[in-house]
Structures are given as C-alpha cells and as structure tokens.
Design a protein around this ligand. Structure first.
Ligand SMILES: NC(=O)c1ccc[n+]([C@@H]2O[C@H](COP(=O)([O-])OP(=O)(O)OC[C@H]3O[C@@H](n4cnc5c(N)ncnc54)[C@H](O)[C@@H]3O)[C@@H](O)[C@H]2O)c1
Length: 387
C-alpha cells in the first residue's frame, strides 16, 4: 500500500480534513412499479428485512409488496400505530427493543411502507439500532413522496413540541410509486401539495403557474396528472436542496410559513395536519411580508387564491386559537434555536428576503402580534358569516 506523505508536524497548527460524508440516496419513481422492486433489492446485501406499515396500508397495498419480498428473502411484518400516534418515545422504544428480541442484526434492513410518520419512526429506529442500520423508504403519501423522504430527517415528538428528538439518517433507497397516492385521504394529499405551493412562492414563480393549471379543490386527478404533480413537486424541492442539502443556509427557505404553522399545529394537538397548519402559516407570513413593505397586496391575494381556491384548504382557523396562545406557542417552539423568533419573509413571488446574508429574519414581535391579531379577527369573521 502506498502511504500518503505525512503532513508537516507543527505543534499548535490546525489542519483541516473532511469526513466526506455527503450521501444522497437513490430515489426510484414511477407509476405501478412494484414488479421491479425485488430486482432493485437484489443488488443490496442483507440478512433479513423487517417490513413496517400500518394495518390498513398493508391491506390496501403493502400485502402485495410484502409477499413479493417474502417469496425470496426472510421478511418479517411489523405494525406501527396509525399516523402521528406512532411518533412518540414509547413506540420508538418498543420498536427498537422488539427488533432486538426478534434478532435484528447489523446486516438487517428496515422497510418503512407508509406516510411520513411511518418513515420517521422507522428511519429513527434504523438510525439508532447498533448506531445505524440500513433502511428503505416506500412512501405512500404525497408528503412522503415529495417532501419527508428528501430530507433524511428522522424524529419523534416531545412533550412540548413536534420533532424534538431525532437524527439525520438516509435510506439506502427510496421507492416512490404514485399508484398509492390515489387512495390517500384528501386532507393528507393537500398537506403534501401545500409544500409544493410553498416551493413556488419561495423559489420559482413559474411553478405556481404550473400548479394553477393542474390543481383543483376537489383533488380530481388522472393517474398521469397525479404522477406528474408528484414528480414536479419533487423537482421543485430538489432544486432548493441542490443549492443547500443541509437545509441550514439557503435551504432554510423551506421553512416558509412554518414558524406560525408549527405553533398552530401544536395548539391543535393532532387535530390538524402539518400541511394545513403550514397553509395558515403561509397566509400569516404573507400578511407580515406585506406589512413590512416587501410584497404587494396582489401577492398576498395570490396566497389565498392558491391555498383556498385551488387547493381547497379553505376552512377558517379554529375559533379557540387566540393571539396570545399562538405567540406563546411560537416562543416555546423557538427554544430549539436558542435565538429570537425569526421568519422566512418573501421579497417577491419566487424569492425570499435575505438581509445581511440570512434567510431567517428577525421581526419586531409587536408587529408580529399585530398581524396575528388581525389574521385571527378575519378568521373569526369568516366563522360568523359561515355560521
Ligand atoms: N423529515 C422531514 O423532513 C419531514 C418533512 C415533512 C413531513 N414530515 C413528517 O411527516 C409526517 C406527515 O406525513 P404524512 O402527511 O404522510 O402523514 P401520515 O403518515 O400520518 O399519513 C397521513 C394519513 O394518510 C394515511 N395514508 C398514507 N398513505 C395512504 C394511502 N396511499 N392510502 C390511504 N391512506 C394513506 C395514513 O394512514 C395516515 O392516516 C409528520 O409527522 C411530519 O412531521 C417530516
């Protein structure tokens, strides 16, 4: 073996190496592609697979894929609780300990068949067991196919907020079959599409033109339209991730509407989807950007048009949410950054404000409170006229 020449020995001098760890995952995408799955799996080396899903997803589609795998490889079926209920420590602990009892090894693979929640709990378990074993994501929801699988962020919720505990752990591959999206509940499908609308607002105005032509509030799509919609939303997020896979610098713009959204989602205690909460958050963020003189009234209206008229997220904010609660929830959620509450602010449609080289902008909290107050008053008015 040829040794690299040693670096010069200078006590006190720091030299910089790199772990060279950036690791993108193959992302297989198509419509009705199940028959190809085992061919792809054949190229990986493993001893057994633990196939995780929710009972109703197993009945709908999982069964077929599970049997295809089990015909050729040792494959064990595991169920997790439906939806967000699986993203808690007791489920994580049970999942990890159960796998150890059942003989999971460093060569085993976990497979997550389901929405973003199944992907998150299984991805986190895979990241923890023996300090990280392989896993495969088979997302069945719009959020899973176009958003959560592209981030490598695995997490469970804490007692005071969402996704407080987690790791970055990338799947060995992602298998995205848009056939599954047909039966996804409307609110869940809208929750995935809203992030695509967000991507248009923050980075590509022309993407909003495309969404305007394809979206409809009844979510009526042909197989081909649904395939294309998922594909285009994936590309819209990848365009942003290409510039900053860490989501810490430019990629932070993906948090548009999320400062308000996370607080609303938390106040709703599981009764509102992440995407619907973000849809409210984007509307408030638009009102804030208008107040700051960054965008026009027409730009604010475009938010309401895309979110309410085109996507069908059109119910008012639940009446019990008050300005004080929302402000307090934002302050509590913000503990994780250890900084002021900051916001992604639009400069124009398709571009975010970046004063002093930072896409997270500090805004006077009195002004934020005023905007939240006005927004909540407008929502109360909508409740009154729809009563
Ligand atoms: N890691 C990330 O960067 C990231 C990004 C976005 C969202 N997330 C997380 O993802 C979760 C939301 O994901 P989600 O919207 O997929 O929620 P989900 O997993 O709860 O799925 C929503 C509902 O749809 C059902 N469902 C899923 N696919 C279906 C199908 N094909 N047919 C019928 N029903 C189906 C599920 O059973 C569930 O009841 C949240 O916990 C969020 O924190 C993570």
């Amino acid at each position: 073996m040829k040794l690299k020449s040693a670096t010069e020995f200078v006590p006190g001098k720091v030299i910089t190496l790199s772990t060279e760890l950036a690791k993108p995952s193959p992302f297989y995408f198509g419509f009705d592609i199940e028959h190809e799955f085992v061919n792809v799996l054949d190229s990986y080396s493993f001893d057994k697979i633990f196939f995780f899903t929710e009972p109703h997803l197993f009945e709908l589609y999982g069964k077929e894929l599970y049997h295809k795998i089990a015909e050729k490889y040792p494959c064990f079926l595991e169920f997790v609780p439906n939806g967000e209920a699986c993203k808690y420590f007791p489920v994580l602990e049970h999942t990890c300990e159960d796998l150890i009892t059942k003989g999971v090894s460093k060569k085993s693979l976990l497979l997550a068949f389901g929405g973003g929640t199944v992907g998150n709990i299984v991805g986190l378990a895979a990241g923890l067991i023996y300090r990280g074993i392989g896993y495969i994501e088979v997302p069945t929801s719009m959020t899973g196919q176009t958003d959560s699988t592209l981030s490598n962020k695995q997490a469970v919720n804490g007692k005071t907020g969402k996704n407080h505990f987690g790791v970055y752990h990338s799947p060995i591959f992602i298998w995205s079959d848009t056939k599954y999206l047909k039966t996804e509940p409307p609110v869940s499908k809208r929750s995935g599409i809203i992030e695509g609308i967000k991507n248009g607002f923050i980075s590509d105005a022309s993407f909003l033109d495309y969404l305007d032509t394809v979206l409809n509030p009844q979510l009526k799509f042909s197989d081909e339209q649904l395939y294309d919609l998922a594909y285009q939303i994936i590309l819209s997020k990848l365009e942003i991730l290409k510039q900053d896979p860490s989501e810490k610098h430019y990629g932070i713009v993906l948090e548009y509407g999320h400062t308000f959204g996370h607080a609303i989602e938390w106040l709703e205690k599981g009764k509102m989807s992440h995407g619907e909460a973000v849809s409210f958050g984007m509307k408030i963020a638009a009102e804030l950007a208008y107040e700051l003189g960054c965008i026009s009234h027409e730009d604010v209206d475009l938010h309401y048009y895309m979110i309410e008229e085109k996507l069908g997220f059109n119910r008012p904010l639940p009446q019990h949410i008050t300005t004080k609660q929302l402000m307090n929830a934002m302050i509590a959620d913000n503990k994780k950054t250890g900084e002021d509450i900051r916001f992604v602010i639009l400069e124009k449609i398709g571009k975010c404000h970046n004063p002093e080289g930072d896409f997270l902008v500090t805004v006077d909290l009195n002004l934020v409170e005023k905007i939240v107050d006005q927004f909540i008053a407008s929502q109360q008015y909508s409740h009154r006229i729809s009563a």
